[in-house]
Ligand binder design. Structure first.
Ligand code: PLP
Length: 402
């Protein structure tokens, strides 16, 4: 059990706490010491900590290779580059996700094809995947939404049958597993974000995991301008010579960020356990509230609970998500909404002609979803305060409607 107040001084002093956030990093003295050690060393970027972090990450996720980049969006872009997505290629993407899951396809000139989600879990619906495959489809990006791994056996079977790449946007799900296999090892390429609200953080940061050394090598070149060697390698070889073999980007992650990520990685399993404890406490509390329905979790997964989401919905009632949301924010509970379905954003409507009606399940869910706070340093008292806040908000709105 984690000492919440040691990780989050705000938890110890409610008077200083303005708003309980929906997610928050935990940074302790070990993390700070690890960063300071690198700041005192010779290499601030692309030094030994990058390799150390990549190896530890690959070990934890049960794969041969991990490639560190400077954020989760760059990880997705590198994945699209590695599998050769180019102009006119179609890539299936779930509608219920953060925009970056689809933007990475557009960066490469490809066409994101939005796929509806399962009504219970809001994970990509394998039946809808099948329906949307065309001769131009090259890959399926699946998203472990909220931290719950997708149904990988079914998705892998579809990908293999149609000779498609399977890419996991696992930005929410580090530390989770599917049928005993760790997230990170479930697709051809899996991408992670190390943003502060995510399961572990390096400030900003990203990672791609794969069992394919050729894909990993392509991504290492891609993150470094398309140049085949980095400056540490040249330094060690006593050479200045380098060649740019393709158009790449500067997507490198610094050594001090990798030191932070490495230090955080050691605490991941305890943090996921705490997130799951919080989720169980919420589940138990909401079981008796008819207007508040947690998303369904399949029995064959370990859900990493980056987010804890509920639908607010009462048949035969006018109670709206927006009213409940406003009441909770007014009560100091930093609720959020994940997500506006990507195909409804103006950019996608204008560029790709998408719009309302394309993915009805995701659209209907969007109108009901609220993300409640969950992060490892939350105390049980914080969780109980959220539950009480939800109960009060729902009861008050119900009374006002009578
Ligand atoms: C599902 C998903 N994919 C990709 C990203 C992008 O990650 P980053 O913010 O590190 O670029 C995020 C971040 O919020 C995300 O939630």
């Amino acid at each position: 059990m984690i000492d919440a107040t040691a990780l989050n001084p705000l938890a110890a002093d409610p008077a200083r706490r303005q708003m309980l956030p929906y997610g928050r990093q935990s940074v302790d003295e070990d993390d700070i010491a690890a960063v300071v050690e690198v700041l005192r060393s010779d290499w601030l970027t692309t030094g030994p900590k990058v390799t150390e972090f990549e190896q530890a990450f690959a070990h934890l996720t049960g794969v041969r290779e991990a490639v560190a980049v400077n954020n989760g969006t760059a990880a997705l872009h590198a994945a699209m580059y590695a599998i050769g997505i180019g102009p006119g290629d179609e890539v299936l993407v779930p509608a219920m996700t953060f925009a970056a899951s689809a933007n990475c396809v557009v960066y490469q000139g490809g066409i994101p094809v939005f796929v509806d989600v399962d009504p219970d879990t809001l994970l990509i619906d394998p039946v809808q995947v099948q329906v949307n495959i065309t001769p131009r489809t090259k890959a399926i990006i699946v998203v472990d939404y909220a931290g719950q791994p997708c149904d990988y056996d079914r998705l892998r079977a579809i990908a293999d049958r149609h000779d498609l790449w399977l890419v996991a946007d696992a930005c929410h799900a580090l530390g989770g597993s599917y049928k005993g296999r760790p997230v990170g090892s479930l697709a051809d390429l899996s991408t992670f974000s190390l943003h502060p609200v995510k399961p572990i953080t390096s400030g900003e940061g990203g990672m791609v995991t794969t069992d394919d050394p050729d894909l990993a090598q392509r991504m290492r070149v891609f993150r470094n301008h398309g140049i085949t060697s980095d400056h540490r390698q040249r330094d060690q070889q006593g050479s200045w010579f380098y060649e740019m073999v393709d158009l790449g980007y500067n997507y490198r992650l610094t050594d001090f960020q990798c030191a932070l990520g490495l230090s955080q990685l050691r605490k991941l399993s305890g943090w996921v356990a705490r997130r799951r404890e919080i989720a169980r406490r919420y589940d138990a509390a909401f079981a008796s509230m008819t207007a508040v329905q947690p998303l369904v979790v399949r029995p064959d997964v370990v859900h990493a609970y980056h987010l804890y989401m509920v639908r607010v919905h009462e048949p035969d009632s006018e109670m709206s998500r927006d009213e409940v949301f406003a009441a909770l924010r007014a009560a100091g509970i930093g609720v959020n909404v994940h997500y506006i379905p990507v195909h409804l954003h103006p950019f996608y409507r204008e560029r790709f002609g998408t719009g309302t009606g394309l993915c009805p399940t995701a659209e209907a869910a969007y109108g009901q979803l609220i993300t409640l706070p969950v992060f490892p340093a939350m105390s049980d008292a914080d969780v109980d305060a959220v539950v009480a806040g939800v109960h009060t908000a729902v009861s008050r709105i119900r009374m006002e409607q009578l």
